[in-house]
Design a protein around this ligand. Sequence first.
Ligand code: DI6
Ligand code: FE
Length: 406
Amino acid sequence: MSVALWRHAHLATLVAGAGLWGRIEDGALLVEGDGLRWVGPESELHAATRGLAIDAENDLGGALVTPGLVDCHTHLVYGGDRAREFEMRLQGASYEDIARAGGGIRSTVAATRATGDEALFQQAAGRAAVLMAEGVTTLEVKSGYGLTLEDEARMLRVARRLGRERALTVRATCLAAHALPPEFEGRGDAYVDAVCEWLPRLHAEGLIDAVDAFCERIAFTPAQTRRVFEAARRLGLPVKLHAEQLSDQGGAQLAASFGALSCDHLEHLSGAGVQALAQAGTVAVLLPGAYYFLRETKAPPVQALRDAGVPIAVASDHNPGSSPGLSLLLMINMACTLFRLTPEEALRGVTIHAALALGFGDRGVLAAGRRADFVVWDLGHANELAYWFGHNACRQVVAGGLARTR
Ligand code: DI6
Ligand code: FE
C-alpha cells in the first residue's frame, strides 16, 4: 500500500472532545492506501513515521484542511427544469397549489421519464462535478422522479454508475414514495402497494442503500409511509424521511420508531418530534436551500434540537423544484444566517453528522482509522467556510487517499 504524507496543514479535524474544531495548528496527515494511518501535530510526526517508507510528501504551507464534505440529501438525477414554475411562484402561486394542479414533482416525473439513460447520467454527472469542485467526497442521490418500477430503477442505476465512474462515494436512496404518479390518481393506497412490491426487486438488483418517503399533505399519509417502512424493514434496509416540511404530520415520531437514519427538512417539527429523534439517535437534516427558495418563514427548531442533543446535518437538497442550487458551501453559510447554526455546527453538519445521516461511521472527521477523504482550502480558519459566500476556496480534494484532479 502506498504511503503519503501531507504536512504543515492547519487541521480542523472535528474530532469530538479535541477542543474547538478539533483544531491542530501545524499538523500532518499520514495516508496509507485509502485510509488515514495517523493524524497529529508536526511535533509528533517524527515518532509517528519512524521506520516507515514514505512514497510521497506534500507541503501544504499552512493551508486549512477539513474532512471531505458529505452532501447527505440530493435529488441529483432528473430531466428538465422548473424555471417556469419559479416564475409562477414569484407571481403568487404556492408550491402546494402548483403540486395540486398537477405541476411540481409530477412535471419533473414526466420530463425524467422522457429522458434517456445516457442523458440522465451526463446531466447528473455535470451537477455532481459542481458539488465535487467544492470538496464533496460523499453524495447521496435519491430516486423519486420515475415512479414506475423501471423508471425508478433507471434513476438508481444512474446513481450507481456515478459512484463507479467518479472519485466520489455515492449512496442511492429509493424515494419511490415521493408523489402519486398520474396513473394512480385517487389510488394512493394502491400505489403504496406497488412501491412495496418494487422494493424487493430493486434491492435484489443491488440498487438501494436506504428507503425514503415524503410524508406530507400533498404526498403520503403517515399510515402509507409506515407501510413503505415496513417493506424496507423486511429487507433489512435503513429508512429516512422527508418529514414536517410544510406541516406537522408526526412523521419524525413515525420515522424514529423505525430507527431512521435521518429525518429531513423539519421546519414544522414539534417538541414531541424532537424528543423522538433524540431517543432514536436519528440525525436531523436541515435544508436551508429549500427553505430559502420556497420563501418559508418558519425555521426548524434548532435550539430545541441542540438542547436535546440531536445531531444536526446540513445538505443541499438539490432538486429542480424546491432547491435548484449546487453549492454545499452556500448551504453552510445559509445554515448560519437563516437557521442560526454556529459555523462549527454547520461544518459538522456537512461532515460528521451528514456521514451519520447516511449510516457511515468511517468518515467525517480526520482521525487515524478513518477514510482518507479531505479537502485543502485556501483559507486561514475554518470559520471562513461559513463566512464567504459565492466563493470557492477549495484548492485540492483527496478522496479515498487519492488526490483528485479538479
Ligand atoms: N421535498 C423537497 O423539497 C423535494 N422533495 C421533497 O419531498 C422537492 C421535490 C420537487 O419539488 O421536485
Ligand atoms: Fe428532498
